[in-house]
Design a protein around this ligand. Structure first.
Ligand SMILES: Cc1ncc(COP(=O)(O)O)c(C=O)c1O
Length: 390
């Protein structure tokens, strides 16, 4: 790829693609407002946070304003991995525990510690003795019975003499394939962890900044207020900007031990601020809700015409459609064929979930109804070619 603009990317042969997959350019590829903010601040002053500057302080205060008043501290990082690592360190320090609960199909980062906790892909690191993976029940297809329930996970940590430190969870269940748990599932899980003196870390690295259309943060729909929220990918629209947002008492207990050279620089703050400006001025959270609802309706009507399509999943501009097996080929093969056909017709989507059979859509938040129409027509054309004929 050589060029990006709004929801479009162009490759070196001049072929344009509708980007329905990439949630990093949150307010659109190369948004002029963000590019200008970056350029201006880079030409004015850019230092690390050993020197204080107005930009980082003003941005941190503005960002904290999007959270419940208890979440009043922002620690800047450069990647989602760093934010989650810091969140785990904060939780361990505050609770004196080491136990971590994650979901049975999750990814939270690429450090040694987080790679070991990864359950969505194979990593060389062993799943740690102090961690437990729980199933996210799915009202649309049934829970995966081989994994633990929340109560079992906590009981198992207790039996092993491991004190819980935290639940680390993405409330949009993005890597998990967007399962739909019963109402109250996450609130109940969070309460159980808190009853065992653990903290709740909401990983909003993929789904934050209004993507789910119902609120700025995807955990809000579950009625929980986390102790720590981690942010990343969309935060800087492609500039490496991330954060752990948390309660003051957690930072106080942790002490001033965290330093991250490139995090919280003037340029990072200027970029983050510009992203928030665009989200607000273009009413992108509302738009994610409206366009997401339209996409859902259009995809649902497509499922009525094509038996190989299953449930439509997700919220706002974080949505997916399940591909069912057709008796002749596994669902993951059909999903892979469809991703390729879409790419050939100039539309980029991904694939996720334990079976690799859910087409995953997370376009820039400027995605419009006309783009949904392009996606749905291309998907229908791809299905009409027949599956899995080749
Ligand atoms: C839910 C979630 N958390 C954390 C991360 C890690 O973020 P980064 O790649 O910026 O370290 C990812 C990356 O894919 C993610 O999907």
């Amino acid at each position: 790829l050589v060029h990006g603009e709004d929801v479009w990317v162009t490759d070196s042969a001049g072929q344009r693609y509708l980007d329905v997959y990439n949630n990093v350019p949150h307010v659109g590829h190369c948004h002029p407002r963000v590019v200008e903010a970056l350029h201006k601040q880079a030409g004015r002053l850019n230092t690390h946070s050993r020197y204080l500057g107005e930009e980082a302080i003003a941005y941190a205060e503005r960002l904290a304003g999007y959270f419940a008043s208890s979440l009043d501290n922002v620690a800047f990082c450069c990647t989602g991995t760093e934010a989650n690592e810091l969140a785990l360190r904060l939780a361990r320090t505050a609770t004196g525990g080491t136990g971590i609960i994650v979901s049975s199909w999750s990814y939270h980062g690429n450090s040694a510690g987080l790679a070991a906790l990864t359950t969505a892909i194979a990593t060389p690191e062993a799943f740690p003795d102090h961690a437990r993976a729980i199933a996210i029940p799915d009202m649309l297809s049934g829970a995966r019975a081989e994994h633990l329930s929340a109560a079992d996970a906590l009981a198992s940590l207790d039996a092993a003499g491991v004190k819980p430190a935290a639940l680390l969870i993405d409330a949009s269940f993005s890597n998990e394939g967007m399962p739909v748990p019963p109402d109250g599932f996450l609130a109940d899980l969070a309460q159980r962890v808190r009853d065992a003196d653990g903290l709740v870390i909401a990983d909003e690295v993929q789904s934050g900044f209004g993507r789910t259309g119902d609120a700025m943060w995807s955990y809000a729909a579950h009625g929980i207020t986390p102790d720590i929220v981690t942010l990343g990918k969309p935060m800087g629209n492609g500039y490496p900007l991330a954060a752990a947002v948390c309660r003051s008492d957690l930072i106080e207990r942790f002490g001033p031990a965290y330093f991250n050279t490139f995090a919280g620089s003037g340029v990072a703050a200027a970029v983050g601020n510009a992203v928030l400006d665009v989200i607000e001025e273009q009413a992108l959270v509302q738009s994610a809700s409206d366009v997401g609802a339209y996409a859902r309706a259009e995809l649902e009507s497509l499922t009525k015409r094509h038996k190989v399509l299953g449930a439509v999943r997700g919220r706002g501009l974080h949505f997916g459609i399940e591909i069912s097996g057709d008796g002749t080929a596994p669902a993951s093969t059909l999903a892979r064929i469809l991703v390729e056909r879409l790419r050939r017709s100039g539309i980029l989507v991904g694939r996720i979930g334990p079976e690799g059979n859910i087409l995953k859509m997370r376009p820039p938040m400027t995605f419009a109804r006309s783009h949904v129409d392009m996606l749905v027509h291309a998907l229908e054309r791809g299905l009409q070619e027949g599956l899995p004929s080749e």
